[in-house]
Write a protein that binds this ligand. Structure first.
Ligand SMILES: [Zn+2]
Length: 276
């Protein structure tokens, strides 16, 4: 189970990379690099990606691609505020789900997260919740509310959740100013709870900062924006003044660019464990 794997990594100052995919091409780029690095990883889908690909297609495509490249991977639902969608995903065979009630009150967040934990137990699935607030794409980082270490302990005890996305200064999307993570807060959270700690909004965080976050207890690193960005930017370059209509020739450079990006991140994650 994913929980055991993350807990074992956390105790060894290691982490898993969790990458969002959006179509077959981004999935292929991700898995190719995981195969080349011989690294397990988490494949994530948001509701928008599920709506775009189709739930069954998304799961089966991910599983088939993992098998084809002989990569160990877990399928995870990223940022769901819907109990119904979580149930549908568990029925479809997801290994892990995230209930994001971080915009609700502390008590409401506990109540809905507890409900999801009880549901997921029936599927032997892993559950991630968010405490504190990591600004969503397009939102000002002024919305961010940092995670309180004491509350983190209470939240994990009250819900039984496996993993906790914490707010320590990261934000979704690209950073307009250099990101700064509150490392002392991270250490305090790690000391107050045994939950697997998750960093959202890792796109654009320099690798030495990522490494330090892993050393201090982050064991799941979420990566989405950079994948979308490099795929589309490479494709745009490909198509500029290009009469080529064979999509099998147009897509590969974009797939390779995703591979290279994810390969670099996997390397960052690996070197922490090796040096810790
Ligand atoms: Zn996120």
């Amino acid at each position: 189970m994913l929980h055991k794997h993350l807990q074992s990594l956390q105790s060894k100052h290691g982490a898993l990379l969790a990458t969002n995919f959006y179509n077959f091409e981004t999935l292929k780029g991700i898995i190719q690099s995981a195969a080349a690095a011989d690294s397990p990883l988490i494949l994530q889908l948001t509701r928008s990606s599920i709506d775009y690909i189709g739930l069954k297609t998304a799961v089966q495509m991910a599983r088939a691609t993992l098998r084809e490249y002989n990569v160990t991977g877990w399928i995870h639902l990223d940022h769901s505020d819907s109990y119904d969608l979580i149930q549908q995903c568990l029925d479809a065979g997801f290994d892990s789900v995230m209930i994001d009630a971080s915009e609700k009150s502390f008590d409401e967040n506990i109540a809905i997260t507890r409900k999801v934990v009880l549901l997921a137990e029936r599927y032997n699935a892993h559950v991630e919740a968010e405490l504190g607030y990591v600004a969503k794409l397009g939102q000002s980082t002024a919305m961010t509310g940092f995670t309180d270490p004491q509350q983190a302990m209470q939240f994990v005890e009250a819900t039984g959740v496996h993993a906790l996305a914490i707010a320590i200064g990261s934000a979704h999307g690209f950073y307009t100013a250099a990101p700064k993570l509150d490392m002392n807060r991270l250490t305090a959270i790690r000391e107050s709870t045994n939950a697997s700690l998750v960093l959202h909004g890792s796109s654009g965080i320099p690798s030495d900062m990522l490494r330090e976050a892993i050393l201090r207890g982050i064991c799941k690193i979420n990566l989405a924006t950079e994948i979308k960005n490099i795929f589309i930017k490479t494709l745009q370059d490909q198509l500029r003044n290009n009469p080529e209509i064979d999509l099998r020739k147009v897509f590969p450079p974009a797939i390779e660019a995703v591979s290279k990006l994810v390969g670099d991140k996997l390397q960052t994650v690996k070197t922490v464990q090796a040096s810790a």
